[in-house]
Design a protein around this ligand. Structure first.
Ligand SMILES: Nc1ncnc2c1ncn2[C@@H]1O[C@H](COP(=O)(O)OP(=O)(O)OP(=O)(O)O)[C@@H](O)[C@H]1O
Ligand SMILES: [Mg+2]
Ligand SMILES: [Zn+2]
Length: 331
């Protein structure tokens, strides 16, 4: 999975910062404990002597290497045990002098077994998504600015009470956002233009990002164009692989399905994204102002069947709020 240089450097720096702060935290704890419990200071001193002995032993490789090695090891373990006992006797937890890493797997090195650790990949995806998101910008699209007033007294063509329906949608989207996890369900927001689908999905994005999840939000068309450019124009491996980023982000919001031209490349990319995320069990939110029959006409069965079986559909109803707002501005 490729990333551009800047994204890579940001992730690398973050890992380095994590490692440094874990070391700093540990050093402060050592200093604190050594003042309060001088015996520990003495043992630590002895332990550092044993590690010097050990390196000398390895360099010299004497005949009794194994025996001496075991001796040093056992002294070392005894020392560690003594420290733990002293810590608990003085009211500390036994692991108080163990370093606390953000990622215990790689101990904040970013690499493990010669490859990138999952924490590093997560950071790379996070910074790549941040860069992608910086192009999408819709201020005030949050739950606080989502008003139900626009739907009051309106009934849609099927006789549905718009206010009631949209109150339910708002309620379930708020719950979805506040209870979000990477095992959350996928949502399909369907409804006519201007009924608040994009506004609602950005409101979810804000809450979920604030909880620390990586959320990519953008128009499907824009994403497809980026992926197309990368796919056909790539000469080297130093560019971000946006397709992989979209597949791996905690939450993906694909806005405006149906606004793109139908090409077999786009359709295969869309299928690839949906199918991979479904297989990874990761949630996706898709919005569209097409009707279900238009969707069925425009997309192949592999996509349609996934959208209608895996996704929970929320119907958005009401008048075109974009137009209502515009008229209000004009008069
Ligand atoms: N319930 C709402 N309260 C306040 N503003 C709203 C509400 N719903 C939508 N808006 C505003 O109306 C405009 C259009 O809404 P939005 O873009 O969410 O519609 P949409 O359903 O995504 O339409 P389209 O299908 O054309 O993409 C936006 O400026 C949005 O902030
Ligand atoms: Mg929209
Ligand atoms: Zn790690």
């Amino acid at each position: 999975m490729a990333f551009d240089r800047l994204t890579f450097e940001r992730a690398e720096n973050e890992i380095k910062q994590r490692r440094i702060s874990a070391e700093n935290r540990l050093n402060m704890r050592i200093a604190e404990v050594e003042v309060k419990i001088p015996e520990i200071s003495e043992i630590n001193h002895q332990l550092s002597q044993t590690s010097i002995e050990l390196s000398k032993l390895i360099v010299k490789k004497k005949d009794n290497f194994k025996e001496s090695f075991e001796q040093i090891k056992s002294r070392n373990l005894q020392g560690q045990e003594m420290i733990k006992k002293l810590l608990t006797a003085n009211g500390y937890s036994a692991d108080y002098l163990e370093p606390v890493y953000t990622c215990p797997i790689c101990r904040d090195k970013g690499y493990i077994n010669g490859g990138r650790c999952s924490c590093f990949n997560k950071l790379l995806t996070h910074f790549a998504v941040e860069k992608l998101n910086s192009e999408a910008n819709m201020p005030d699209c949050d739950f606080e600015h989502f008003s139900l007033e626009y739907y009051k007294g309106k009934t849609d063509a099927n006789g549905i009470d718009c206010y009631k329906k949209m109150s339910e949608n708002l309620d379930s989207c708020k719950k979805y956002a506040s209870g979000f996890s990477i095992n959350s369900q996928s949502l399909f927001l369907l409804g006519k233009t201007g009924t608040g689908k994009t506004h609602m999905s950005l409101a979810i994005a804000k809450v979920v990002s604030a909880k620390g999840f990586t959320v990519a939000y953008g128009s499907l068309l824009n994403y497809l164009r980026i992926i197309e450019k990368e796919h056909f124009g790539r000469a080297n491996n130093s560019e971000t692989d946006t397709l992989q980023v979209l597949i791996n982000t905690d939450l993906l919001i694909l806005d405006d399905l149906g606004s793109e031209f139908q090409t077999s490349f786009y359709e295969s990319v869309l299928y690839n994204i949906l199918n991979s995320r479904i297989n990874l069990g990761l949630p996706t939110i898709i919005s569209s102002n097409l009707t279900s029959s238009e969707l069925q006409k425009n997309y192949n069965d592999r996509i349609i069947s996934r959208l209608f079986s895996v996704f929970t559909t929320l119907m958005f109803v009401g008048e075109d709020i974009r137009q209502i707002k515009r008229l209000k501005d004009e008069y």
